[in-house]
Design a protein around this ligand. Structure first.
Ligand code: ADP
Ligand code: MG
Length: 292
């Protein structure tokens, strides 16, 4: 494309709320074969709610919620907010935490009211030698309905399975249909549970799922999607997404996301509406056509 056609294309995009931080991105977008999307905060609202808490034998649900919510007051993860506000709405006050530790992609731990509390993904409990298989039926049921299962352990014993649900943005289904209409493959990359991710993907008609990816594993996920010479556009919002946004052939940040994601991206969608992606791709194709 000529510099003038790029200016016209990016100018038109700006009117649609799509900001091109690099002019070349208009050309690389045209060549994209796969659009990979982060799940939490990109496909979904990023504001999960606690939906289930099933206590294990010998534990009481409200006490588990009290201990877990106390711990989560020190975490900034959206899951933590869901757990803290669930306790609040039940009138459960939180207590102080000692020795708080957060392990990104796994979970959090610390001492609350003299008890050692751990909450996180199944792999976080496995790392601490705690078997969660007693809840496998529950986990399967929750995952199949698109909820994310978490586990709590108290003093080294499995205490509860907890589920959070993060609603899909109203605009997401149409955005995925539009990408398919443009002939693109759509993939999801997430740190969440595989079963949960697959249930959400199936509902949305997403073609490929890369789940249970650790925060530092998103770059590797992009490289995998690129196999066979495919060009990959990646869309994300979080701090964890920044390296993948830089690695992708085109990095697209959701404008409602973190500054680090925006700074690592080639394109920024000013709103959280993913329909901007298909619009940007359609525009990139039209711009190149115009100057032929
Ligand atoms: P995601 O975008 O899927 O939330 P993360 O890498 O942030 O990806 O987290 C991966 C998983 O680790 C979460 O789905 C959750 O199971 C667990 N986890 C991380 N932080 C917390 C926390 N503060 N409380 C409970 N679980 C957590
Ligand atoms: Mg996210």
């Amino acid at each position: 494309a000529t510099p003038t056609s790029i200016m016209v294309g990016t100018g038109r995009a700006a009117e649609l709320g799509i900001l091109f931080r690099k002019g070349e991105a208009l050309q690389s977008l045209r060549d994209a074969d796969v659009v990979a999307l982060d799940k939490t905060g990109t496909l979904t609202k990023g504001r999960p709610e606690l939906t289930d808490l099933v206590a294990a034998e010998g534990f009481e649900a409200d006490e588990v919620l009290f201990l877990v919510a106390s711990l989560e007051t020190l975490s900034e993860h959206p899951i933590a907010e869901a757990i803290v506000s669930a306790a609040k709405s039940k009138g459960i006050a939180t207590a102080a935490v000692n020795g708080f530790e957060a392990t990104p992609g796994f979970g959090v731990s610390g001492l609350v009211s003299g008890r050692q509390v751990l909450v996180g993904a199944d792999r976080a409990l496995a790392t601490n030698g705690i078997d969660v298989s007693g809840f496998s039926t529950e986990a399967e049921r929750l995952g199949a309905s698109g909820k994310s299962p978490l586990y709590a352990a108290i003093d080294g014993r499995l205490a509860a399975i907890i589920a959070v649900s993060d609603p899909v943005k109203e605009t997401t289904p149409q955005a995925i249909r539009s990408l398919h209409e443009l002939g693109l493959k759509v993939a999801m990359i997430t740190g969440d549970n595989r079963r949960t991710a697959e249930a959400i993907a199936r509902k949305l008609g997403i073609d490929e799922v890369v789940a249970e990816v650790l925060p530092e594993g998103k770059v590797e996920a992009i490289r995998k999607l690129r196999q066979g010479g495919r060009s990959v556009a990646f869309i994300g919002d979080g701090i964890n997404d920044a390296p993948a946004l830089a690695e992708a052939d085109v990095g697209i940040a959701v404008g409602t996301g973190t500054d680090i994601a925006i700074e690592s991206a080639d394109v920024v969608l000013m709103s959280g509406d993913l329909n901007g992606v298909a619009k940007a791709i359609a525009l990139s194709k039209a711009t190149i056509l115009n100057i032929k």
